[in-house]
Design a protein around this ligand. Structure first.
Ligand SMILES: [Fe+2]
Ligand SMILES: [Fe+2]
Length: 174
């Protein structure tokens, strides 16, 4: 069994991941409203990844015979001042999640919960990628804030579909 402190904190994190899903859907819808289909596609895909993170955490708790709770989430931000705002919010969110993932890893180590420590390693790597992707995107969108087509071209060119990651934890429901 994983440590109680870890289970409690991981359940909290499941809520953060589902909230991130909702937030990214809201970002996608905002870009749809500006007729920016590439940015919308990017955020829909990011939203799905966040949903998968939550479902990986649920699957881990199920596998470990620990209690998994499906939490409610607070409403996402849906109004944005300009094209830069959703990406800045996304970068801030990814940095916050990185700190949360690090804290979960710290708890697993403090509790000598080695399986949970190992489970967190994939998320540590994932956060490095997500922060990097979002900070690149912030730079591009800030630079091209008055040239929507340049933003769309960048996303189409640089943010293609990620290939499947065989090292990723199992997702509840498959
Ligand atoms: Fe996530
Ligand atoms: Fe993320």
């Amino acid at each position: 069994m994983p440590a109680d402190r870890f289970v409690e904190q991981l359940n909290t994190q499941i809520g953060h991941e589902f909230a991130a899903h909702q937030q990214y859907v809201a970002c996608a819808v905002y870009y749809e409203s500006l007729t920016m289909p590439q940015m919308a596609r990017f955020f829909y895909a990011q939203a799905l990844e966040e949903r998968d993170h939550a479902m990986m955490m649920i699957q881990y708790l199920i596998d470990q015979d620990a209690a998994a709770f499906v939490p409610g989430v607070s409403a996402p931000q849906v109004d944005f001042g300009d094209v830069v705002a959703p990406v800045e919010l996304a970068l801030e969110q990814e940095r916050r999640v990185t700190a949360q993932i690090n804290e979960l890893t710290k708890i697993a180590r403090e509790e000598s919960d080695f399986a949970s420590d190992q489970f967190m390693q994939w998320f540590i790597k994932e956060q490095v990628e997500e922060v990097s992707t979002m900070s690149d995107l912030v730079a591009v969108v800030r630079r091209s804030r008055d040239n929507i087509e340049a933003i769309e071209e960048y996303v189409q060119r640089e943010q293609g579909r990620e290939s499947a990651d065989p090292t990723a934890p199992a997702i509840a429901g498959g």
